[in-house]
Design a protein. Structure first.
Length: 122
């Protein structure tokens, strides 16, 4: 199992959805990378954000935690809390699990691997 590559990202967290891409690099059991996505809160204009990640993989369990973020595009002021993702590798190319941000908002996510040759984009 090698998780390095580009993954499609989708998350539903009740108050909205997030969609984007995860760029992941695996070195042994350590993970690093970034996730770039559009956040769509119900009733509000969407905005685009990037979070930088660290994490680890143990057997089929994957844990990622954001360490910092950048607002890439927004037409309004954004107050944002860092996210964590806890998932299971259900297939070689699919990770499903739960997310939680520092504000206590939880969601369900799915990462689907697109291409294993993206490690140069990290």
């Amino acid at each position: 199992m090698h998780l390095t590559g580009k993954w499609k990202y989708f998350e539903n967290y009740g108050a909205g959805i997030a969609e984007g891409e995860l760029y992941l690099k695996q070195e042994g059991s350590r993970l690093s990378g970034r996730i770039v996505f559009t956040d769509r809160l119900k009733g509000e204009m969407p905005y685009m954000i990037q979070e930088f990640l660290t994490g680890k993989v143990e057997e089929h369990k994957v844990r990622l935690e954001a360490t910092e973020f950048d607002i890439i595009h927004s037409d309004f002021s954004v107050s944002y809390e860092l996210d964590s993702w806890f998932g299971i590798l259900v297939e070689d190319t699919v990770i499903k699990g739960a997310s939680l941000d520092e504000q206590g908002v939880a969601g369900n996510f799915e990462f689907v691997k697109m291409d294993g040759s993206m490690s140069d984009k990290l």
